[in-house]
Design a protein around this ligand. Structure first.
Ligand code: PAF
Length: 287
């Protein structure tokens, strides 16, 4: 049987463990998660291992990033399964703070980046990114790792985190990890767990359509026409579309007309009550 993995619940114990590694001259990577771990999270651990000697994974289902009508209560939780997967993946320490440790009585600070979060997912999920930015700032400061790894699937989140680290001079390198997909193209997500069998059959069409938009953009078609065509196709397949958008990959600024440099095609849809997001990179074909 595999040895049981080390866990800590408090900032004090986390810092004690991290300090031992620092004293030994070892580098540290943090992988923040909300648990219910799948192969996508384990790929973040693999990226972390390529960047640092010691790996800390945090598990905290952060209530402040869920809207009042969202799935905080039913968000999947499987601590025993998560610990088994993290042991297997070679994680050194799992940080599992409770609510009181993260948001003690009287907690009053919010980290907010309005210019990056008012549209795309931020428009449909008001306060979501403020919750993410606040909890990630806390996790980064609590762990004080050299590196922290986030997935490109939550692309707007990734840019929010890069920006807050720059703005607040947090001494950590943010590393982006590529999206991990099922064989049929569906991006791995803990929320895929909610899909009914027929929704699961439809879900990969999101990636197919975003990829088609990316191909059309690469061959010189305009942003508006391609994203509208993408939206139309998705609606025809039974998705309720929140957005299909073509954005600058560094700033998320909207792009217009044929693209002249790299771009990100981003989409958010609902299948039943499940919200799915995905994105694909593109760039003009050299002609
Ligand atoms: O991407 C997630 O799982 C969460 O938004 C994060 C970064 C762990 C913050 O709660």
């Amino acid at each position: 049987m595999a040895a049981s993995i080390a866990t800590v619940q408090t900032v004090k114990d986390l810092r004690t463990e991290v300090a031992k590694w620092r004293k030994a001259g070892e580098t540290i990577a943090l992988v923040p998660t909300m648990g219910a771990l799948h192969a996508g999270h384990l790929s973040l651990v693999a990226v972390a291992k390529s960047r640092a000697k010691r790996i800390v994974v945090s598990i905290f289902v952060n209530p402040t990033q869920f809207g009042p009508k969202e799935d905080f209560k039913r968000y999947p939780r499987d601590e025993a399964g998560d610990l088994a997967k993290l042991t297997q993946a070679g994680t050194h320490l799992v940080y599992i703070p409770d609510m009181e440790e993260m948001y003690p009585q009287g907690f009053a600070t919010k980290v907010s980046l309005p210019s990056l979060t008012e549209d795309l997912c931020g428009a449909a999920r008001p306060n979501h990114f403020e919750g993410v930015a606040t909890v990630v700032t806390k996790l980064l400061l609590q762990c004080a790792s050299d590196v922290a790894v986030f997935g490109e699937k939550d692309y707007q989140q990734l840019l929010v985190i890069k920006q807050l680290v720059r703005d607040l001079n947090i001494p950590v390198e943010i590393v982006a990890a590529p999206i991990v997909r099922e064989e049929d193209g569906l991006a791995l997500s803990s929320r895929n767990f909610y899909l009914s069998p027929s929704e699961r059959t439809t879900a990969p069409i999101l990636h197919q359509v975003l990829s088609e938009v990316a191909t059309a953009l690469a061959s010189g078609e305009g942003c508006d026409a391609t994203s509208s065509a993408g939206r139309f196709k998705l609606e025809g397949k039974g998705f309720r579309v929140d957005y299909v958008a073509v954005r600058d990959p560094e700033t998320l600024a909207p792009l217009f007309g044929p693209i002249r440099g790299p771009a990100r095609v981003m989409g958010a849809v609902y299948l039943g009550t499940t919200r799915l997001i995905d994105n694909v990179p593109t760039a003009p074909k050299s002609r």
